[in-house]
Design a protein around this ligand. Sequence first.
Ligand code: CO8
Length: 374
Amino acid sequence: MSQQIVISGVGVWHPQDSISNQELVESYNAYCDKFNAQHSSEIESGEVQAMPHSSAEFIEKASGIKQRYIYKKDGALDVDRMKPLIEPRADEVLSHQAEFAIASAKIAMEKANKKADDIDAVIVSCAYTQRSYPAIAIEVQGALGIKGFGFDMLVACSAATFGMHRAFEMLSAGSAKCVLVINPELVSPQVNYKDRDSHFIFGDVSTATVLERAETATSEHVYDVLSTKAVTQFSNNIRSNFGYLTRAEDVDPYGADKLFHQAGRKVFKEVCPMAAEHISEHLSRHDIEPANVKRWWLHQANINMNTLIAKRLLGREASREEAPIVLDEFANTASAGSVIAFGKYHEDLVSGDVGILCSFGAGYSIGSLVLKKR
Ligand code: CO8
């Protein structure tokens, strides 16, 4: 019996609402002006620092981001609120994040030619889950009518690749026969829209993949997973302190340090060489030269990072066809970026073509899969 594990379907779903850089900057700058006017005397005496304006030109140049999708636009641009307005739901109603997850799961299942009965494990893997328990994966499993088991896992930027790694191992071990890995990156509630350094970075999206053994795969575009590789190294340079302990700590549970924050420049400098080395080692395991990689489905945090990493590996700039960019439309979508790139740009490859799917970021964490089209 063949033990080859494959990806047989991928789904990408995004909400309808979007925010352009211009809209985002207008709202942020209006918030700034209001803050500065309200604190004019403290600013004059030096007790409080004036908030500087943001700029749409800076955002596009520094990151490559032009817009982002957002689950609920209402509230996020309101200078008196500066966070999305999401209505609470009763326990009996499907949760926001499960709804998000299901939208992409259905697409991936359809692409993979799978019904609920064919699947026996669900992994929801993302940067945040909206509650601790019951697991979002189990709610999704129940709503889709999937038997077997499900669990959630959190690995920030590498949640999607690490989730696929777990699926690969479960399938190799025989503890599951078909695994649905979902990345419902509903991150906008954790974005600090009052922070100039990070207000532009993130967007909401959900991605999903179906992994199974080659012998059961029937879809049109099937990719052998040649191997997986993961590495983590602790860093405080990307952090969110939001968590259940804040209730007992007598601190503001929604303070700035509880939301996403980072030392972006340090991240850029430290993660790029780590990611390039990781990819190079992973490819060399299969005696594959970077020049022979047909497609680079890279993490989508910053266009300049991707350019640099591809240049280190190829010795020249990669074309958009070789290393697709989706962050101009989607922004950074935490762990989902490389899966969006894969979802949108994999059907044109031909049998025998090799590609690498790689995430990098918070943790630090780097995860990759070397894929070969069947
Ligand atoms: N508008 C205008 N000017 C600005 C702005 C702004 N919005 N922001 C900063 N500036 C100014 C700065 O003040 C600075 O001015 P000066 O030179 O006078 O000091 C100048 O612009 C340059 O600032 P930076 O050096 O900070 O700018 P960079 O060129 O480094 O660009 C980036 C900033 C875009 C953040 C860049 O550093 C970057 O992308 N770094 C990599 C970050 C990264 O990959 N992070 C990983 C993110 S984590 C993740 O992917 C998942 C986490 C979990 C999900 C969380 C969801 C909420």
